[in-house]
Ligand binder design. Structure first.
Ligand code: ADP
Ligand code: MG
Length: 701
């Protein structure tokens, strides 16, 4: 049950003055509210300003630097409306102060509001961005024009909020004022001494102060207010994770017994020797599996570091111990690929393996399901749907989840709730910065693969303007004829599959004209069987160029493909580019990656592409991505609607995550059911940050 003190904050915005159904829609969009839900007061309260403007900055015209927002006290000199028939020309008003002259510029002026608001000869307070051209100061569309009297009551430090169509800053502030008025005083959930040591204000005070800063310095991630809110948010998530961890651990696991016979056979069946990192990870997993508690382990490794084989060793141990194992992949394509690559090895060591996805229907499906239920099958590879479905295992001992970015805390929670006894092994698709591992996987133990298989060469990465695309195609032609295989990736166009497809199809046509039927196309809309056929042709070398949408982003493994071309590379996040680039460089042959960009490039885009050229180290790249784009992109959760942090700014507050994790674990040790005074307040905190799923895990939830 949600604590009563939160009721006002959980009311929908529609309860406020001035919000009708239309405005509700706009706010839902602005605040990213998924599905049919409506935004609540809470959601708006957590919508922090993007910046503040200091209207006290009044340097006079001559002291205003170009590009700076200033507030000027101006005497209106003369109006220059555009000549009657030339409406496209600007309306200019010349003004001056003691230090110089400035031109105010307006476009598309209707009626006579300028004459009314800027009467000749009078004093007006005008605020906006100044630009200098040829020693003349100009201000286009000032933020405001006020009389001296009006300016007296105007806030000197103004907040600027992220907005959306249909919601102006003015409306938002009006609604926000009502919301701030209704934030209740909540019980304190932080530990007293810690609160004092950090000089944290109360939750309510902190939140209100970020929305109504008195000085620009009040709106700074380093203030005690913002740090407090960040800490609150981290603590909520760490507490939820700690509850999940306790729940998972508490459930009796199976102490698996195996002596490594299958593993030994596997080692000799492998066409390569395991890296040191792989061996360490396998040993860590084997130790976990033998313990009576359930395993909850994350394997982190750069693209191509060889995570799949680790999963096979884990599954082998389970099979030897007399149980079944499953491995889940995020897409059909990957499930089938894993099956194809693991089947020969499983056969060689006498484990039976099958694959089951949404594609298998009717009688064939029934047969597979029966084999799983009877225990005839040792290993089942499938998509995540395996989890949701009604598939019954005879005795599932291990669930491996590959490319877990899409396998969030919520899914882990629901697994824990189902009370499954299975051990869990989760493998990441890309390296994740340590701070994010802590904040999203704080409940798990971690194995990190620090090296790649021997003999891998660095991928030669270059950037090139899209204007040169014809040259690229010609060069590709000669590379192909000397036996190379290439991926050509077309990007997401405005998050719309339809147009994505068109660009990929167009590129496919263009390349096919040049190179004939060695060019294949794969995209997300294709039927699984069609995808399989295409991938197989590419694997076999019948096709040598695979034009693809980002479906190949994760996990596709065709070791003798050595060329990666990415169109509109500037539209991708770093982690995504790294993931794509990781499709090549998977053997000891030299590989290359060409990042085609559309000019002109913004500063950040330029920096991103530079980083890709400079480093091949996924951990470094993901740290950079976090800095440049935020965690939603790094984790690939932005589109999936998984909530990230709303108040905390990882780049400023990350050092608080570790503290919050220790705090959370201590809380769970001393007050496991959250029943003390502080424990009850902490329940409020969990609800406040939408982590209340975890409360169901409490006995008295
Ligand atoms: P990822 O970590 O990206 O999931 P994969 O498991 O797909 O990487 O492995 C990448 C490629 O490297 C595969 O073709 C795999 O067979 C191969 N591989 C894995 N481990 C080794 C190793 N120790 N030596 C050589 N090749 C390896
Ligand atoms: Mg993989």
């Amino acid at each position: 049950m949600r604590p009563d003190c939160l009721t006002p904050l959980f009311a929908t915005l529609g309860n406020l003055k001035g919000i009708g159904p239309r405005a509700t829609q706009h706010f839902n969009r602005l605040l990213g509210i998924p599905g049919d839900d409506d935004a609540r007061l809470l959601d708006l309260a957590f919508h922090l300003p993007a910046s503040v403007i200091d209207r006290r900055h009044q340097p006079g015209i001559s002291g205003a630097a170009s590009g700076e927002v200033v507030t000027l006290r101006l005497i209106v000199e003369e109006h220059f409306p555009p000549p009657g028939h030339k409406k496209a020309l600007p309306y200019r008003v010349i003004c001056h102060d003691d230090t110089g002259t400035i031109e105010l510029v307006f476009f598309h002026v209707h009626g006579n509001w300028l004459e009314r608001s800027l009467p000749q000869g009078e004093l007006r307070i005008v605020s906006g961005r100044v630009e200098w051209f040829n020693n003349r100061a100009q201000m286009v569309h000032p933020d405001f024009i006020l009389t001296e009297q009006e300016f007296e009551t105007h806030p000197l430090v103004e907040t600027v909020y992220p907005l959306t169509a249909g919601i102006s800053g003015k409306i938002l502030k009006k609604i926000m004022a009502q919301v701030l008025d209704r934030i209740p005083v909540l019980p304190e959930w932080q530990n007293g001494p810690w609160l004092e040591k950090q000089a944290f204000p109360a939750f309510r005070t902190a939140l209100v102060s970020l929305h109504t800063p008195e000085q620009p310095a009040d709106f700074d991630p380093e203030t005690a207010s913002w740090r407090r809110l960040a800490y609150d948010e981290y603590l909520a998530s760490q507490l939820a994770l700690a509850l999940v961890r306790r729940m998972v651990r508490k459930g009796k696991g199976i102490a698996h017994r195996f002596d490594g016979t299958i593993a030994t056979r596997l080692r000799s069946a492998l066409p390569f020797t395991l890296t040191q990192s792989q061996q360490v990870a396998i040993a860590e997993i084997e130790t976990d599996l033998q313990k009576p508690e359930r395993m909850l382990r994350l394997v982190q490794g750069d693209v191509g570091s060889g995570k799949t084989i680790i999963a096979l060793f884990a599954m082998a141990a389970i099979v030897e111990s007399g149980y079944q194992a499953s491995m889940m992949a995020p897409t059909e394509l990957l499930a089938r690929q894993h099956f194809a690559s693991l089947k020969p090895l499983a056969d060689a060591v006498g484990m039976s393996i099958t694959v089951l996805t949404g594609k298998d229907k009717g009688k064939a499906r029934k047969e597979i399901e029966n084999a799983i239920a009877s225990g005839e099958v040792d290993i089942v590879i499938g998509t995540h749907a395996l989890f949701q479905s009604t598939i019954l295992f005879r005795n599932l001992g291990l669930a491996v989840i590959d490319e877990q970015h899409r396998f969030g805390v919520h899914q882990r929670l629901s697994l824990a709730e189902k009370g499954m006894q299975t051990d869990m092994l989760v493998m990441t698709a890309t390296p994740i910065p340590r701070t994010l591992v802590l904040s999203y996987f704080g409940d798990m133990d971690v194995s990190v693969l620090t090296e790649k298989p021997a003999g891998r060469q660095p991928i030669d990465t270059r950037t090139l303007s899209m204007d040169r695309i014809d040259d690229v195609a010609t060069r590709l032609q000669s590379q192909i004829s000397s036996g190379a295989k290439a991926y050509w990736v077309c990007p997401l166009v405005e998050e719309n599959e339809e147009s994505d497809l068109t660009s990929a199809q167009e590129r496919h046509n263009m390349l096919q004209k040049l190179l004939g039927d060695q060019v294949e196309l794969v995209h997300g809309r294709m039927k699984p069987a069609e995808k399989d056929t295409v991938m197989q042709r590419f694997r076999d070398g019948k096709a040598r160029i695979l034009v693809a949408t980002t479906v190949i982003e994760v996990g596709v493994d065709v070791p003798d493909a050595t060329i990666m071309i990415i169109e509109h590379a500037e539209r991708f996040g770093l982690s995504q580019l790294h993931q794509l680039r990781g499709r090549v460089g998977r053997s000891d042959a030299a590989s290359s990656c060409l990042l085609l960009f559309k000019e002109p490039l913004g500063l950040i885009a330029k920096e991103r592409l530079n980083i890709m050229r400079q480093t091949d180290d996924g951990f470094q790249i993901s740290e950079k991505d976090l800095e440049l784009r935020g965690e939603g992109d790094v984790l690939g959760t932005r589109q999936s609607g998984t909530p990230g942090f709303r108040l905390a700014r990882v780049e400023h507050h990350k050092q608080l995550i570790e503290v919050a994790r220790d705090d959370a674990r201590l809380i769970i040790e001393t007050d496991p059911e959250l029943v003390s005074e502080r424990g009850k307040a902490l329940r409020v905190l969990l609800y406040l940050f939408g982590r209340d799923d975890a409360i169901r895990l409490l006995r008295s939830g």
